[in-house]
Design a protein around this ligand. Structure first.
Ligand SMILES: *Cc1c(COP(=O)(O)O)cnc(C)c1O
Length: 354
């Protein structure tokens, strides 16, 4: 067999996750967030799977142009706006839309009168956006006959269910815009699921489209989501290791008893987090067991005590169907966003459309 490490992309799962977004937000328009190369899944792959969204949100002109060049016709929004003036040519030429979050960008777009704009308001996250008191002046600067001006804000803590900061940010967003016409957009995945009062005119799901829960205390399947990415490989060695012997580099794991150990063809070069060491969950023959030691570059060791009949060639799931990436992220002391974005097609990718 050729090296068995694979990342399988499931287009049907993505479409099913979009249906769930629409169930939660009936009638709202959807801007699918596909920045960071579609959270590591491939921006084009995601765009082709999501043909019935209203817009795509990206973080760079390069991603936007890739989408246009691939024939994507929906609105494409630059979530951080242009970084330099010369991007304006491509923004106009490719009929892109842009966030405006600072005065430098507002100056650029004051000299252009067609590009639809999303004015970003900082209601408390203190990352990007205008202070509420600056908004009337920015609106005046950017208003042109025939140009759409919309409004956006982003929540700092919508993934904490019931957090008062979301209520406060939403109230400030609403009061800032009380006298201004224009569509509103504030909800990311956690707000879509946890804060229906924030849905506004447009929603901006990212993580949930990939089938992953934005909350620390739940996993995608428990919310009705299906993982878009499944990492699989196989056992390439099975051995019995004596009590007191260590496995892998640096005595990362010392066998407490004589035990069967499997070696999996998947490592940090394939995108597995090195910090998900002993104790991280992994499936062998669909049986849940643990990683032992730390992943090395293209291999890692697994505890086969729960699967004593396992043989070379048997299938392994590192995350995805049957093993939520949220659990592996927790074992690696990080968040699922981080693990997914790091994939960027490192393992060989297989697309599945039915
Ligand atoms: C990344 C991002 C989102 C999507 O957030 P999720 O938590 O992945 O749903 C929405 N809005 C903005 C501005 C973002 O940067």
């Amino acid at each position: 067999m050729t090296r068995p490490a694979r990342a399988t992309f499931d287009a049907q799962a993505v479409r099913s996750n979009l249906r769930l977004v629409k169930q939660h937000t009936a009638g709202r328009r959807v801007m699918a967030i596909v920045k960071a190369d579609g959270y590591g899944h491939g921006v084009l792959r995601m765009a082709h799977a999501l043909n019935d969204v209203d817009a795509f949100g990206v973080a760079s002109i390069e991603e936007a142009v890739r989408l246009r060049d691939a024939g994507i016709t929906q609105s494409i929004v630059l979530l951080e706006g242009p970084f330099e003036a010369r991007e304006l040519t491509d923004i106009v030429g490719h009929r892109l839309e842009s966030v405006v979050h600072n005065r430098e960008q507002a100056r650029l777009f004051a000299a252009n009168d067609t590009t639809p704009l999303w004015i970003k308001i900082d209601t408390g996250m203190h990352r990007l956006g205008f202070a509420p008191e600056q908004v009337p002046e920015i609106v005046a600067t950017l208003t042109r006959p025939g140009r759409a001006l919309r409004f956006m804000t982003h929540f700092a803590s919508a993934h904490f269910i019931g957090d008062v900061s979301v209520t406060n940010q939403l109230a400030l967003f609403t009061s800032t815009l009380a006298d201004l016409p224009g569509e509103r957009c504030s909800a990311n995945s956690s707000a879509i699921l946890g804060w229906p009062q924030s849905h506004g005119d447009w929603v901006r799901p990212g993580l949930m489209l990939y089938g992953v829960s934005p909350f620390a205390n739940s996993v995608g399947p428990s919310l009705g989501l299906r993982p878009a990415m499944t990492l699989t490989s196989a056992l390439i060695a099975v051995k019995r290791v004596a009590a007191g012997e260590s496995v892998g580099y640096g005595k990362g794991f010392v066998c407490p008893q004589a035990m069967p150990v499997g070696i999996v063809a998947f490592g940090y070069a394939d995108g597995y987090p090195r910090h998900a060491a002993t104790g991280a969950p992994i499936l062998v023959n669909s049986v849940r067991t643990q990683v032992i030691g730390e992943a090395s570059m293209d291999m890692m060791a697994v505890d086969l005590r729960a699967v004593p009949e396992a043989r070379v060639g048997d299938p392994v799931i590192l995350w995805g169907e049957g093993l939520p990436v949220e659990e592996v992220a927790r074992a690696a002391a990080t968040i699922p966003y981080d693990l997914l974005c790091r994939m960027r097609m490192r393992a060989r990718i297989v697309e599945r459309h039915a």
